[in-house]
Every structure is written in structure tokens, then in C-alpha cells.
Design a protein around this ligand. Structure first.
Ligand SMILES: [Zn+2]
Ligand SMILES: [Zn+2]
Length: 260
């Protein structure tokens, strides 16, 4: 009798091991894993999806596979201030993921608009140049009617302002607007430089400035809060191989009042 009881117990235990879910004890676990009460909805993590057993303590799962990401769609355009967002959805479980896209550069139209001469009316242009060891600084104020030139004595820091003649004013206007236009349009070819809204390029560009063929290298363009040019820096090399290092700071003063 004792032997019979032991045999039955053994049989129950053996059967139990094969027919009960190890986790929840309620579900049979035949090799095909039939008998678990799997949830109809998908369980997911960042990389996989699966159907989990409805019993919380049971770890059994079926249909486990890596997500099958559908084609990513751009849900938010990258701007100079914030990353863009690319959204992908798993075609099986519908889980979505967002990937961030860095801002690279503006469209051509942005650079073309920025280069328009009309952007630079009533602006002050501070031009610092270095030729060899010689540094010079001058400030031009372009109003609708005239151009004022403030010379800065580099040694004494003394400033003197005078109105330039009409012919000179016209020449300066056309020189700088053509220079800006040329440089700013080159911004399209620059790589984005994420510090202080700057664009910079390692390339050397062939340009025509004031009717003369020159080369521009070490180009750097900085934009202000309104996305207008604030600073242009570059090295200009003329046909005779003379190089001048330029740093031009632009400031819109918004009125036609003669500068102090
Ligand atoms: Zn289970
Ligand atoms: Zn999935």
C-alpha cells in the first residue's frame, strides 16, 4: 500500500512538472507552450515585442522578435534652436520610437534672403582688418541718405566720425553689399558649427568682389537672434597673393540718426 501511494505521488509530481506552468502553477507547459493564457496585446521593450502570459508571475512568452521598423517619417523639422524628430512605428506591435536629427544648414532660399542688400540699411559695420602685423579698425554707419565713417586709432582708442562724400558713400555701399551677398551665399556651403549660431568652412572659394577675382578662405558666419548676419570673418587673398584677415561686425541700429 505504501508503495502504491509513493508511486501515485511520483506520478502526480512527474505529470505536474510537465503539465503545470513553472511560474504560475496553473498553466500546463507542454513543449508547444499551449495552455498559457497569453495576452492578446503585445508586450514590448525598446528592441523586442512578445505576447506575455496573462498570469503576472509567469515568465512564459511567445512570438518574441525584434521590432520591424517601418519607414521613418519626419514629424518635426530640425531648426537652429532644436533637433528634428524622426518617428518610426513597428509594423507588428505598433510601438513607436523617436530619433533626433541634428540641424545641418538652412535651405538655399535662407542664404539668398540673408544676402539681400535691403537687410543692411541703417546698419553699422565695424571692420577690423589685419594685414601681416598691421591691424586697423573702422566703423561705417550706413543710413538711407549717407555713410558715416568712424576711424578708430588702434593705439589711443580715440574715435573720430565724419560723413564721407557721396561718390565714396555709393562706392562703399555697393562694395559691402556685394561683399556680403557673396560671402553670405557661401554660407550654404558651410558646415554647421553649433556654437553661437555660427557657420564655418574649411574650403577656399573663388569669388569676385568689387569686380576683382579673389579667394575667400577660413569663412565664418555668425547669426544673431533674428537670424541676420552678425559677424563675418574670412581671409581674402587677391590676385597678387596679398592676404587680408577680415572680421566684420554688423549691428542694426534701426534709425537714420547720425551716430555719436
Ligand atoms: Zn503562464
Ligand atoms: Zn514590435
Amino acid at each position: 500500500m505504501k508503495r502504491t501511494v509513493t508511486a501515485i505521488l511520483c506520478l502526480i509530481l512527474t505529470l505536474g512538472a510537465f503539465t503545470s506552468c513553472a511560474g504560475c502553477g496553473k498553466h500546463p507547459t507542454d513543449p508547444a507552450a499551449k495552455g498559457h493564457d497569453y495576452l492578446p496585446q503585445w508586450s514590448t521593450n525598446a528592441s523586442h515585442h512578445w505576447h506575455a502570459c496573462s498570469e503576472k508571475t509567469c515568465t512564459a512568452q511567445i512570438d518574441r522578435a525584434e521590432h520591424t521598423w517601418g519607414e521613418a517619417t519626419l514629424v518635426k523639422e530640425a531648426t537652429i534652436d532644436s533637433d528634428g524628430e524622426l518617428k518610426s512605428v513597428c509594423t507588428v506591435c505598433q510601438r513607436s520610437k523617436i530619433e533626433y536629427v541634428e540641424f545641418k544648414n538652412f535651405e538655399s532660399s535662407f542664404w539668398a534672403d540673408l544676402a539681400k542688400a535691403s537687410n543692411y540699411e541703417n546698419y553699422t559695420l565695424e571692420e577690423n582688418t589685419t594685414v601681416g602685423e598691421v591691424y586697423a579698425s573702422a566703423i561705417y554707419s550706413f543710413t538711407a541718405a549717407t555713410v558715416y565713417l568712424t576711424n578708430v586709432d588702434v593705439n589711443s582708442s580715440e574715435m573720430t566720425t565724419e560723413e564721407v562724400g557721396e561718390a565714396t558713400a555709393d562706392r562703399l555701399r555697393s562694395y559691402y553689399t556685394s561683399l556680403f551677398g557673396t560671402l553670405i551665399v557661401l554660407g550654404e556651403k558651410c558646415e554647421f558649427f553649433p556654437i553661437s549660431r555660427g557657420f564655418t568652412s574649411e574650403e577656399t572659394f573663388d569669388v569676385t568682389i568689387d569686380g576683382k577675382a579673389c579667394k575667400v578662405s577660413e569663412l565664418m558666419i555668425e547669426l544673431n537672434e533674428d537670424l541676420k548676419a552678425r559677424k563675418l570673418a574670412f581671409v581674402l587673398t587677391d590676385a597678387e597673393n596679398n592676404t587680408t584677415k577680415y572680421e566684420i561686425n554688423l549691428r542694426n541700429y534701426g534709425t537714420t540718426v547720425k551716430p555719436e
